[in-house]
Design a protein around this ligand. Structure first.
Ligand code: PMP
Length: 422
């Protein structure tokens, strides 16, 4: 049954954590949207290639050749995992933030030399907001109460100015919700704009196909896709990436350097100056392989069932409210944010950790504009679900919150010098 056990084994799932009462319990990691544990197969693959790596692209030695082959094969796998078209480029980055900052340097300027226009919604993670604001081309659209209202606002704005890019989240890191991708792509393309998908929260849960969706660019992070920290990707149309500002200046990104000037490589090398993260890329590729090999629909069924159970359980608890960006969003991924009336989110999260060994996230989730618009300026609590999450962990969270509601656990804590003290 999908809910009773993990879909794929992850490392660390048997970690015991100490509680305030002296007991130790298995850690319930319900914070996988922040960083997901590595798959066991990824850890095995890292151990396998660790003895083999050496300088890539430049060395003539045997291990350099092996490393170069591993790195380029990983690039292929990562691109294929997100359905890259034949002429798309896959750039190995550090994470989604890196990918979006890179693309921000590649959006063509307008004819008068001013920065290319980029349209974003106020629901975005800061990583998909600040890079565009920094170039000076961003317009931030306030989302409507419904998906339909938001889409019509998007279309209206696209008809007002010539936008180069619509940069949109594949799934909100606060609510797990999204706008219907096909409609966003159609609206953007009809208006002559390209689409960048922030896939940080979508790719690990649903997969993405650039070819099938006609999305122009996707960015995502290895550490949210069951690989360790350090590697992410930007995948998409070649022309902007070949012409854009090289992301980092340094070795490997250049064709020739003289004291009078430099000629740069085309993408991907253009944006990958410095010694690349071979192990990170191999790890991410191995996670992509493992996710791609799952029986179709299994992961979605697992996460949808656990999410439904979680939301239903939360809504049954007095004073607990599930946060929604849109009243009519469908098919959210396994990310659920809630508030507990009258209780500080940080306090609730501390209680869950200290008394129940449950890891959740609290705060404003790098999405300050959305939290402010939803009336949660002090933040909320987020639980997230992935391949390793079990139904038992969801029940543990619900019963801990029920105990909180009935016993008033708040009384056992106070704040001293900004820290929660039990
Ligand atoms: N976008 C979304 C939707 C995210 O959830 C995150 C991570 N919380 C990011 C971008 C940034 O990802 P990273 O920290 O891996 O760069």
């Amino acid at each position: 049954a999908p809910t009773s056990c993990a879909v794929l084994p992850v490392v660390g799932s048997d970690t015991l954590v100490p509680l305030v009462d002296g007991r130790s319990v298995p850690y319930a990691n319900l914070d996988v949207a922040a960083s997901a544990p590595a798959l066991q197969v990824v850890a095995d693959r890292v151990n396998e290639v660790l003895p083999l790596y050496a300088s890539v692209h430049r060395g003539a030695g045997y291990l350099s050749q092996v490393s170069t082959a591993l790195y380029e094969a990983a690039r292929q796998t990562i691109g294929a995992f997100v359905g890259a078209r034949e002429d798309d480029v896959t750039i190995v980055t550090r994470n989604t933030t890196d990918s979006l900052n890179l693309l921000a340097g590649c959006v063509p300027a307008q004819a008068d030399g001013t920065p290319g226009r980029v349209l974003v919604l106020d629901v975005e993670h800061h990583a998909n907001l600040l890079p565009w604001q920094r170039t000076g081309g961003a317009t931030v659209l306030v989302g409507g109460a419904t998906v339909a209202e938001t889409l019509s606002g998007l279309r209206a704005e696209l008809s007002r100015f010539p936008y180069a890019l619509v940069a949109i989240t594949g799934a909100s890191n606060v609510t797990g919700e999204s706008l219907p991708l096909a409609e966003v792509v159609a609206a953007a393309h009809d208006a002559g704009a390209r689409v960048l998908l922030d896939g940080a929260q979508l790719v690990p849960h649903r997969g993405v196909s650039l070819a099938a969706s006609d999305v122009d660019y996707v960015a995502f992070s290895g550490h949210k896709t069951y690989a360790p920290f350090g590697a992410g990707a930007l995948v998409g149309r070649r022309d902007w990436l070949d012409a854009g500002t090289p992301y980092l200046a340094g070795g490997g990104a250049v064709r020739n350097v003289t004291l009078d000037g430099t000629t740069w490589q085309s993408a991907p090398a253009r944006h990958e100056a410095g010694s690349p993260n071979v192990i990170g890329a191999v790890a991410l590729a191995s996670a992509c392989d493992a996710l791609a090999a799952l029986e179709p629909g299994l992961l979605v069924a697992h996460e949808t069932e656990l999410r439904a159970r979680l939301v239903e359980g939360l809504e049954e608890i007095d004073g607990v409210r599930v946060v929604r960006a849109w009243a009519d969003a469908v098919d959210p991924v396994g990310v659920v944010t809630f508030s507990v009336d009258g209780h500080d989110a940080g306090l609730v999260a501390s209680y869950l950790s200290a008394e129940h060994g449950i890891g959740v996230r609290d705060g404003r989730f790098c999405a300050h504009p959305l939290l402010a618009r939803l009336g949660l300026p002090a933040g909320a609590v987020r639980a997230s679900i992935g391949v390793g999450t079990t139904g038992e962990e969801i029940e543990r969270l619900l019963s801990a919150l029920r105990a909180w509601a009935s016993e008033g656990s708040k009384a056992r804590y106070e704040v001293v010098d900004g820290c929660w003290v039990v």
